[in-house]
Design a protein around this ligand. Structure first.
Ligand code: ADP
Ligand code: MG
Length: 370
C-alpha cells in the first residue's frame, strides 16, 4: 500500500482526486460534523504540498429525480470554502457528464496550485454502485492521482472507491491510514483482557465481529436490541421490545459464559427500551479491568432522553478507563463521543465498514490499494 503521508514528496504540485465521505443528511452545523472534520486534515496536507484538490463523495440514496434536488453536494462547497478560507468551486452533474469533460479537467489541472474543487454526488451517476468502469474512467480525468480517505465506504465496491484505482496511481489518505493502524492493531495483537460491548438494533449485523472475537475476548457486554434478542432466545417474555425473531443463535453456545446480559432493564409500554444504571455498574467492573475495549451500538432507544440513561452511564464508565485502548464505532455510538478528547479513545469513522473490518473480512476498497 502506498501511504500519502510517506509518498507526498513525489506528488507535489499535482492534482489529487480525493474520495471522502460526505454522506450527511442534515445541512445544519456542518462545520462541526465529524465527517467534515475528518476530511480536512488530508485536504490541508495536500494543499500545504502545493497540490490541487478535487473532492469526490456520495450522499444519500437516489431513487427519484427529486432526491437529486435534496442530495446535491453543492451546499458543501460553501462549507469547505469557509473552513479552508479559500474559494471551493463546485462542479455540477452536467459538467461531469458532458463529452467535453476532458477540457474541463484540463482546466482544473492547470488551475492555480492549492485550488480546491468539489464534484457533484457520485450517486447521481447510475454506474457508481455498480462499480462501473466507464464512470471510473470519466472521474479519473479529474486527477493525476487518487486518494482514498473514506474508510466508512471502503466496504463497498463502488466506482469512486474501487474501479477508479484502475486508472490512477492510488494512495491511502491520512484518515484512512489512522483507521487502518488503529483497527489492525486491535484485530491482530490486542492487549488483553479484551472486552466487546455491543448494543444497537440487530445482532445479525454483528455476528461476524462476535465470531472473530469469540476466542480473543474475555467478555461480551450486551445491551439494546441485541440483549432483547438473547432474552427472547432464552424464552424470556420481551413483550413488544425491539428484537430479532427467527434468528439462529446456536453459534453463541460455546461462549455463553463470556456473555453478560443486563441484570435490570427499563421497561415502558411493554417494551424494554434501556438498560438500567445497576446493570451498567456490573458492566463497569469488566470495563475497568479491560486493556482493550471495543464498543459498537447504544444500550437502548437513546434518541428519547428518557431511555438514554443506560447509554450515557455506560459512556461515563468507559471514560473512567484511561489506559485501555478503546475503539468506538457505529454511526450512533460515534456521535455520542463527539467532542470527547481522551488519548486512549479512538472513534472510528466507519459504521458498517468497521464491523466488517473487525470481522476479519477483506474490504474491497482497501484491497484495491494493495
Ligand atoms: P450504530 O449506528 O451505533 O451501529 P445501530 O445502528 O446498530 O447502532 O443501532 C442504533 C439504533 O438502535 C438506535 O436508533 C437505537 O434507538 C436503537 N435501539 C437500541 N436499543 C433499543 C431498544 N431497546 N429499543 C428500541 N430501539 C433500540
Ligand atoms: Mg446505525
Amino acid at each position: 500500500m502506498k501511504f500519502l503521508s510517506k509518498e507526498i514528496k513525489n506528488l507535489k504540485g499535482k492534482t489529487a482526486l480525493v474520495r471522502i465521505d460526505l454522506n450527511i443528511g442534515e445541512t445544519k452545523n456542518l462545520k462541526k460534523h465529524p465527517r467534515i472534520k475528518g476530511a480536512i486534515q488530508t485536504i490541508k496536507f495536500l494543499r500545504a504540498n502545493d497540490c490541487r484538490v478535487v473532492l469526490l463523495s456520495h450522499r444519500g440514496r437516489i431513487k427519484t429525480e427529486t432526491d437529486k434536488k435534496n442530495l446535491s453536494l453543492k451546499p458543501f462547497a460553501k462549507v469547505f470554502s469557509d473552513i479552508l478560507d479559500t474559494q471551493v468551486d463546485f462542479v455540477d452533474y452536467k459538467k461531469i457528464s458532458t463529452p467535453s469533460v476532458q477540457t474541463l479537467s484540463m482546466l482544473i489541472k492547470k488551475s492555480k496550485k492549492k485550488s480546491v474543487f468539489l464534484l457533484e454526488n457520485t450517486r447521481f451517476f447510475n454506474g457508481e454502485e455498480k462499480n462501473e468502469i466507464q464512470l471510473a474512467k470519466r472521474l479519473a480525468n479529474f486527477g493525476d492521482f487518487f486518494v482514498n480517505d473514506a474508510f466508512s465506504v471502503s466496504h463497498r465496491a463502488n466506482s469512486s472507491v474501487c474501479a477508479i484505482t484502475k486508472f490512477l496511481p492510488s494512495y491511502v489518505g491520512l484518515l484512512l491510514e489512522r483507521e487502518l493502524k488503529e483497527l489492525s492493531a486491535v484485530l491482530q495483537s490486542p492487549t488483553k483482557p479484551l472486552i466487546v460491548i455491543l448494543g444497537g438494533a440487530k445482532i445479525s449485523d454483528k455476528i461476524g465481529l462476535i465470531n472473530n472475537f469469540k476466542n480473543k475476548a474475555e467478555k461480551f457486554l450486551l445491551g439494546g436490541g441485541i440483549a432483547n434478542t438473547l432474552f427472547a432466545y432464552d424464552g424470556l417474555p420481551v413483550g413488544d421490545s425491539l428484537y430479532e425473531k427467527d434468528i439462529n443463535l446456536d453459534f453463541l453456545k460455546n461462549i455463553r459464559k463470556k456473555i453478560i446480559l443486563p441484570s435490570q432493564v427499563n421497561i415502558f409500554d411493554r417494551k424494554i427500551l434501556d438498560i438500567s444504571p445497576e446493570a451498567v455498574r456490573e458492566f463497569e467492573k469488566e470495563i475497568l479491568k479491560a486493556k482493550t475495549i471495543i464498543w459498537n451500538g447504544p444500550m437502548g432507544y437513546f434518541e428519547d432522553k428518557r431511555f438514554a440513561k443506560g447509554t450515557e452511564t455506560l459512556k461515563k464508565s468507559v471514560l473512567k478507563n484511561k489506559t485501555a485502548k478503546i475503539i468506538i464505532g457505529g454511526g450512533e455510538t460515534a456521535a455520542l463521543f463527539t467532542g470527547v478528547n481522551q488519548k486512549n479513545i479512538f472513534v472510528s469513522s466507519g459504521g458498517g465498514a468497521m464491523l466488517e473490518f473487525l470481522s476479519g473480512v477483506k474490504l474491497p476498497g482497501i484491497e484495491v490499494l494493495k
